[in-house]
Design a binder for this molecule. Sequence first.
Ligand SMILES: Nc1nc2c(c(=O)[nH]1)N[C@H]1C(S)=C(S)[C@@H](COP(=O)(O)O)O[C@H]1N2
Ligand SMILES: [Mo]
Length: 193
Amino acid sequence: MAVFGGRRREENGAVPPGQHLTDGFPVLSAGPTPTIETEEWEFVIRTEAGVVHRWSWDDLHALPSEGITVDIHCVTSWSKLGTGWRGVSLDTLFADVETGLEFVMVHSYGGYTTNLAMEDLLEGKAWIAYEYDGDDLDPEHGGPARLLVPHLYFWKSAKWVRGIAMQDDDYPGFWEENGYHLHGDPWREERYA
Ligand SMILES: Nc1nc2c(c(=O)[nH]1)N[C@H]1C(S)=C(S)[C@@H](COP(=O)(O)O)O[C@H]1N2
Ligand SMILES: [Mo]
């Protein structure tokens, strides 16, 4: 067991440069935690043609879900290894979406936004997650549901996710407008622009 512990993994390079491990689960929110009833919750993808794909809470749960075990990395320098989630792959949600654009803006209940490239959302890289550690996702961690994009710094994993709008360029979201990097790869230390 010891060889799979944090220290050995750190020595193996599992922790990106400039990061340290935490066993806790810090809460980082730029504003108050919004209350969203699952009866009212919806997730939408809007294309450049104005087509809106819409999922209710029940619609989301009718889709195939995946258990996801991933390391997460906050730009404020904490990393947490082996976090366990359940959610629906963005590949599933984008299956019937017709778009020629390569960038998106992710929108949250409460107004938070973050920009992403399609290549960081598809092919098993991102999920709409609604369970953490076997339980419903806590509101403070983004419940009812959040985006999970673990290969990028955790500010890209929008809590209280509400929708995705296709955009024709990599226009910045909330933190990106305030100096964070447009992309945010922790292995390249893409922290600030
Ligand atoms: N809607 C929303 N999503 C957000 C944030 C936020 O302020 N609002 N903060 C981001 C940042 S900076 C981080 S590090 C993670 C923190 O998630 P946690 O509070 O579950 O640890 O959420 C990200 N997603
Ligand atoms: Mo963060």
